[in-house]
Design a binder for this molecule. Structure first.
Ligand code: BTN
Length: 245
């Protein structure tokens, strides 16, 4: 694997996407890492806030080499979320991180990590996995609109953590989880059901053309969110959860 480090970047995902364009031969994995993003992106139109002490990186993976077929790319984001949960548990003890389908990790009801998976061009088997995790950037210093919704690992642990340890731990878990994904190992399904934040909650999901609400029954074996609506059971393969309680 290759490491591409910069003190400042617009967005590590943008840099990784450019690498795909400029370097047709990509090793199994390339890590793009920066101290500071000036235009970190979230899903849709969202931006990613990470103050000083946040960890932001992207992993550009070669899905041919890792033997991950395109049919499984839509669940790379959940798989990555599990890897982040594994790493948090390993570094901080059993603190019960949860997956907020399809791409966030929560701790104590607040967002600690966001994941943005992008496929640059479906003709090449390359996928960019962007991860932003609040490590030492305490939510106390977050922009006002995020306070009460965000948390950092240091807020939870009440101490400063080693960002490199967290990074290595996530990359180790991710290597194992991507192997699970390649082999179709059933642990993934069992674990994302176990880690699902929304199970048992009444939620609202916004999709391209419709909005659904109902009782969440967790994440099924295909990575879809199962929702009991007035019209029956719905499986959401994509969308954003706008409300949960
Ligand atoms: C979200 O919460 O919607 C996803 C946030 C993803 C943020 C990470 S930070 C590293 C990588 N580069 C970006 O511009 N975004 C992702």
């Amino acid at each position: 694997a290759r490491v591409d480090y910069h003190t400042e970047l617009e967005s590590t995902n943008n840099t990784a996407l450019k690498l795909v364009r400029d370097l047709p031969e990509i090793p199994v994995a390339t890590l793009v890492l920066t101290e500071h993003q000036t235009a970190g992106r979230g899903r849709g139109e969202n931006r990613w806030w990470s103050g000083e002490g946040g960890l932001t990186f992207s992993l550009l993976i070669n899905c041919d080499a890792l033997q991950i077929p395109p049919s499984r790319w839509p669940i790379i984001s959940l798989t990555t979320g599990l890897a982040v949960c594994d790493a948090i548990d390993r570094e901080l003890g059993d603190v019960k991180p949860r997956l907020k389908w399809p791409n966030d990790v929560y701790l104590r009801g607040c967002k600690v990590c966001g994941i943005l998976v992008e496929v640059p061009d479906s003709r090449h088997a390359r996928v960019v996995i962007g991860i932003g995790i609040n490590v030492n950037n305490s939510a106390e210093h977050a922009p006002l609109e995020l306070r009460g919704f965000a948390i950092s690992l240091s807020d939870l642990a009440q101490r400063t953590l080693g960002p490199t340890d967290i990074l290595i731990s996530i990359l180790q878990s991710l290597a194992g989880r991507l192997e699970n994904l390649a082999t179709g190992c059933l642990d993934l399904r069992k674990d994302w059901q176990k880690r699902c934040l929304l199970t048992g909650q009444t939620i609202q999901v916004e999709q391209d053309k419709r909005q659904l609400s109902g009782l969440c029954h967790g994440i099924d074996e295909d990575g879809a969110l199962a929702l009991e609506t007035d019209l029956g059971l719905e499986r959401c393969l994509s969308g954003t959860v706008t409300h949960f309680s």
